[in-house]
Write a protein that binds this ligand. Structure first.
Ligand code: NAP
Length: 239
């Protein structure tokens, strides 16, 4: 039985990824930080699909907490798939952006990827199989005004994944990025959709399932040769 570690799986896109992967036979290790009740609800949904779901609560920006939560567990039995989905936005124009807004976003969206990868990589390399998918953003590909912090972190993820792909491809670990555009979740519920829609050729915002289906494919046996790529899921917002 394969296990998928979904980092930031309590809400939104991570929730959809956990369900999609469990539907295709993965047992789930689901992490959360500030939403334990939502994580419990996802666990119930995964179990209703006939798969197991183990919960891990920690802040991905905290290196020690991440190692404490994951390192021993992964040493015993590494997950086959790791989806780095945890992320926050603290939008502001650069002129007004505080050090905290910059630091918090870099810590969760980029340092967290380092912290999690440090915990899982050695056992995955030893097992010589696996998939790593990082959830970046269109903002990391083309930049977004008001998101200098977020765009930097998400572009950083793309660079990190491409470099990691060059390091671990030989060990049968495929590493890729999924870069969503505007997806309907709590993160985007304040955005003026009427102003954004004209920029999206398919004339709709995305749903979490659009992203989850792509992650599911990247983690599946159907594909064995996509590696070091950035897959946009954005309705044509960026191309
Ligand atoms: P969301 O609904 O706000 O969910 C964010 C998830 O990340 C939650 O499960 C949250 O867990 C977790 N998380 C946040 N900070 C964390 C921390 N310090 N430690 C551990 N977990 C943490 O956001 P979403 O829209 O689903 O976004 C998911 C990912 O997609 C993010 O990386 C985001 O940047 C990216 N993305 C989203 C969009 C979009 O339009 N929605 C577009 C492009 C990219 P808790 O609630 O338990 O803290």
């Amino acid at each position: 039985m394969k296990t998928a570690l979904v980092i930031g799986g309590s809400r939104g896109i991570g929730h959809a990824i956990a369900l999609e992967l469990s539907k295709t036979g993965f047992d789930i290790w689901l992490t959360y930080n500030s939403s334990p009740d939502a994580a419990e609800d996802v666990k119930t949904e995964v179990e209703a699909l006939g798969r197991s779901c183990e919960l891990f609560g920690f802040d991905v920006g905290d290196f020690e907490a991440t190692q404490t939560a994951l390192a021993d567990r992964c040493e015993k039995e590494p997950p086959y798939a790791v989806v780095y989905n945890a992320g926050i936005a603290r939008d502001n124009l650069m002129l007004w952006m505080s050090r905290e807004e910059w630091g918090d976003v870099l810590k969760t969206n980029l340092d967290g990827f380092f912290n999690v990868t440090k915990a899982v990589l050695f056992p995955m390399l030893a097992k010589k199989e696996g998939r790593i998918v990082a959830i970046s953003s269109t903002s990391g590909q083309i930049g977004q005004a008001g998101q200098v912090n977020y765009s930097a972190a998400k572009a950083g993820l793309i660079g990190a994944v491409k470099a990691l792909a060059r390091e671990v491809g030989r060990k049968n670990i495929l590493v890729n990025v999924v870069a969503p555009g505007v997806i309907d979740t709590e993160m985007t519920d304040h955005l003026p959709v009427e102003k954004i829609l004209p920029l999206i050729p398919v004339n709709r915002t995305g749903i979490a399932q659009d992203v989850a289906a792509t992650v599911r494919f990247l983690c599946s046996d159907e594909q064995n040769y996509i590696h070091g790529q950035v897959i946009g899921v954005n309705g044509g917002l960026a191309m």
